[in-house]
Every structure is written in C-alpha cells, then in structure tokens.
Design a protein around this ligand. Structure first.
Ligand SMILES: [Zn+2]
Length: 251
C-alpha cells in the first residue's frame, strides 16, 4: 500500500476507522507512516462504555490527526441484542468460543461502519477507507473475512461517482502478528483500550483482555496497560484458555 511518486489528493487521503482499540490503533499508525493524509473516524454506537472513544480522542489530539466521532446511538434499537451494546446482558468472560462470541456480535457492524466511512471518504475526496479487520488463525466474525472485504471493496468502487477502495491491511494477520508489526513500529500500546468493561483498569478476564494478553505473551512482550487481574504468564493464559468453563473467579 505504498504511494506512487506523485499521488493524487484522493490517493493521498484516507479515512481510517479507528475505535481506540489496539488493531485500529496499529492500522492508524501504519497509514500515517505510509504518508497518507489520515482522517480518523470513530463510532459511538452505544458501547457499554466510552473508554475506547476517550482513548481515540486523546490519541488523535496527540498525533494531530483530524478525528470525528459519529453518534449512531439512534440505531441502538436495531442492534441491541448484543452483550457489547446492552448493559443489561451479562458480558461473557473467558476466551472466545462460539457461545461467548455470539453474545458479542453486533449485527452487520462492519457493513454499517464501512458504509458510513465510505460516505465520509466521498465527502472529503478520500480515495480509500482503511479498517482493522483481521482473520488470523481463527476467523471470529463473518464481516472480518476476506470475501466480505473483497465484496465491500467491489461495492465501494461503484456505489458513488467517485470510487473508494477498502483496505484491510491486516486481513490475513492474527492479533499477535498485528501487535508484532506495531511493536516493530515502536508503538506504545498504553495508548489503546481493549477491555469490554469500562473500569479504571482493564479486567484481564473478558475475551478481549485475554486475547490481548495472549498476543503480548506470543510476542514475549509485556502489556503496558494496567490490569485489575492479570494472568501471571503466557503459560497461565494458555492454561486458562483450556479451562474456560470452570475457571472464572471474580477479583
Ligand atoms: Zn477485559
């Protein structure tokens, strides 16, 4: 995704969907390093907490990146059958398994977000939308699969008078590989928020925390984020992932 010698304004300009989490943070930083004129776009879709969005605002201010948070809470009634958006539902703990996962699916999430990001791209003359879908070793969500990205890209090419390209630079990477790339770029992951809970410290227990900690362990690195409960070692992380059902002590 390197730029040609004299890129057009559209080629130079990208809308990056940026949640404040570690994948999209890495995507944002990569786009900046590729010399793109980045416009960050975050969505408030009624997440259980706003920690991610607060982190996203702070990081964009620090980087001097124009940042827009779009309030799409009005669609909450359409997507509220998910533990990620409905505070009355119990958030699953433990690693991602099919049952845990189903509770964290926001219906049609990436298509909704991409659709709005494409609109912004057309609006500001950006030629691409970049987002942090990744399949890795286990494809969790249908809208993170390569065939979804390919087809969205095809649609984005014809939906407007101006063609927009969809880039998902980490489409075939695992979370650990994305982190490895970010660490090689010297990124500080204290500038990210992953935990599904919005407490002062990350919980260390939800699927998102566990996946994050496993990615750090796989890279032999220590997560700079503060945790209220952190598995002591990589071995602990993998041991826990094998005994999710009966290993859920509260802190
Ligand atoms: Zn957590």
């Amino acid at each position: 995704m390197t730029l040609s010698a004299s890129p057009s304004a559209a080629e130079r300009t990208a809308v990056v969907i940026y949640s404040g989490g570690m994948d999209s943070y890495t995507v944002l930083q990569r786009a900046l390093r590729e010399g793109l004129d980045v416009h960050a776009l975050s969505f408030d879709y009624g997440q259980r907490h706003v920690r991610e969005l607060e982190v996203a605002r702070r990081v964009c201010r620090k980087l001097g990146v124009p940042h827009q948070v779009v309030d799409i809470r009005a669609i909450h009634g359409l997507i509220d059958n998910s533990a990620l958006t409905d505070a009355s539902r119990t958030l699953p703990e433990g690693d991602y398994g099919e049952e845990n996962l189903a509770a964290t699916v926001v219906p049609n999430r990436n298509m909704i977000l991409l659709s709005l990001a494409i609109a912004k791209a057309v609006n500001i003359g950006a030629g691409r939308v970049v987002y942090g879908a990744h399949g890795g070793d286990h494809v969790l969500y249908p809208d993170c699969r390569p065939e979804f990205v390919e087809r969205m890209n095809a649609v984005a090419g014809i939906a407007n008078f101006e063609a927009v390209e969809i880039h998902a630079p980490y489409l075939r990477a695992s979370k650990a590989e994305i982190l490895a790339d970010g660490l090689a770029m010297g990124l500080d992951y204290a500038d990210t928020w992953t935990c599904y809970r919005g407490e002062a410290l990350a919980c260390g227990r939800c699927g998102s925390c566990r996946e994050r900690l496993a990615a750090f362990a796989a890279n032999g690195a220590v997560d700079p984020l503060g945790y209220s409960q952190r598995p002591e070692s990589a071995a602990d992380v993998s041991q826990r992932s094998e005994s999710v059902a009966n290993d859920q002590p509260e802190a």
